[in-house]
Design a protein. Sequence first.
Length: 278
Amino acid sequence: MSLSALRAADAPLPRFEGLVEQWDAAGQPGPGTEPAGLVLICDHASNVLPLDWPVLGGDLGLSAEARESHAAWDIGALGLARGLAARLAPVAGGAVLVSAPLSRLAYDLNRAPDHPAAMPAKSEIHEIPGNKGLTPADRLARTEAICLPFHATLGTEIARLVARGRRPALIAVHSFTPVYFGMKRAVEFGVIHDDDQTLTHAVIEAAKGCGLDTRLNEPYSAAGDVTHTIRLHAVPMRLPNTMLEIRNDLIADAPAQAAMAERLAPVLAAALTATGAV
């Protein structure tokens, strides 16, 4: 190990907190005077790696291709989440977005610390050299530096809204690759539930006629542990919640993300209103 790596290993661990953005009741960036009724979550928002922290994996030994691939992040999800926040804030009396600052390959924030996919040695076809042979101490370091600060941020934002008398709806925004292990996926828009199915089924109903191949619990479901963040933050307080999955070839650039937000916002607004979630 180099001298710089040794120094980094001896240094106190950083705290990679969630990144918070807010929109007021008019849909403008910034906090409103009243508590927001909607929290959007984008826990696979970034492909940034902890390059200055070898103790947290550094560059993970990733190829440039792997770093830009869906394995490293949910392509287009952050731009879509921002577009939805701005469009849904007037419906919900404001919106909050909490997003991840680092790649899910350093730590997948939508997985529990003991889950094999939290720090995977392989993601689909991509080898992750920096995640091979991790010790319990390695896993603990990433949990303390990446996982706990993000979920503390998200939990704090939710608790502040609840304390001010608002029980926000939680919507997790994800994207998925159109080809997985060589198999093409026809689904374009997936809506996934955990224990509370109410908002999810309302979204499925409202999505009829939206022009997207919309399916319940596809391409993933809670059986695959993909609802960890919702389960952690929405279920204990019985907050309305759902998880969205959009095929990433449909939101590959900023114009496509804006167009998808324009398409999905009325669907989500109808579902939120119909269920009394906002």
